[in-house]
Design a protein around this ligand. Sequence first.
Ligand SMILES: [Zn+2]
Ligand SMILES: [Zn+2]
Length: 419
Amino acid sequence: MATQTKDYYSTLGVKKTASGDDIRKAFRKLARKYHPDVNPGDKKAEEKFKEISEANDVLSDEKKRKIYDQLGFYSDNIDPAAAEAAARGGYGGGFPGGGAGRSGRGAPEVPFDFGGFDFSDFQSGGTGRGGAQEPAGGGFGGSFKDIFGGIFSGGRKAARGPRPGTDLEYQVSVDFWSAVRGGVARLEIQRQETCPACKGKSTTGGSIECPECSGTGQVTQMGGRMKFNIQCPRCNGTGKVQNGCTTCGGDGVVTRNEPLEFRIKPGTRDGQRIRLAGKGNAGTDGGAQGDLYLIIKVGTHPVFTRVGDDIHVTVPVTVVEAALGAKIEVPTIDTHSDGTQAGGGRTQLKIPPGTQTGQKLRLREKGVPSAAHEGKRGDEIVEVKIVVPKVQDERSKEILRELAKLNPEDPRAELLAEV
Ligand SMILES: [Zn+2]
Ligand SMILES: [Zn+2]
């Protein structure tokens, strides 16, 4: 049974010289027209969609397209270098090995016509029988094998066997307090689990005749002007394929929603990545499970701002407190003195005399407990914001004027001197 050579260019309705962009555009246009979502239940449209997808898959990939251009078909098993050699050889002239040798001896170049030739004959060392002229001395078998042996490197074996599951990544929102003090986060993830019906094997045992080669184990492909009998890529030449599992459609995995609960360590930071080993997608055919990565998005607080393990807070201070110095009460992230977990606590802070607005005062070890170093804590940084009194009465105004007289300083002197 022969596999028809497909003209991917005409499938997409583009010229052979079409650019990558042309191909992409042509595919998109056709895909919109034939997409199964647009044509529910329309088998013809579905077939057409498969065809254009296949054509696009090959032509939109530079490496695949090159091989297709050289051989007239594409297979993942083809080594680009061998395709190149086959393309050169297919037109007679510079066949590596025997061919090159002949022209070296000055023999006329005979365009070989390998049409109707079974590649398998070459492989088994047979000599030509098709329309080709018998080359002097025969014995081409060796060089053919060299060239084509590399093209089809062992069917689809790479796709079989255990495959590891992929990793998953989810963003998890955690409120400010849970990130500071620790807690439990809950979310629902969607992951691929090992198919319960086939245990991840993709098949339910037993085999059927391979639909690709009708059980012969071989398919025919044209490459340039040559015809190859190649091992059927679907069944690896066995002529039989395994009965696919209907529960998972042969994927070996099924998609499930799974509720997940995990501990948030005290001091968890915004953007932190938590890895839960083996909680990603299931592998197939005994392949390892992927991992689950949780990216933590920490919520904000109206008063406290977190910078790493430090807590920043802006605290209003009166002019008098700033000028004379004072002991004031400032909010902290510590538990409130009444023992309730909600909200923060307070602590005393000494404002030194002559404190300016914007000045930062440090409360050591009043920050967030470090998630990385047990027992360590960040600091709380208090930024002073001086609040000017809104003076209404005449007596207060008088006092301020008096104050100005006693302290005739120009706060802009330095600034103006700099200009
Ligand atoms: Zn299954
Ligand atoms: Zn087959």
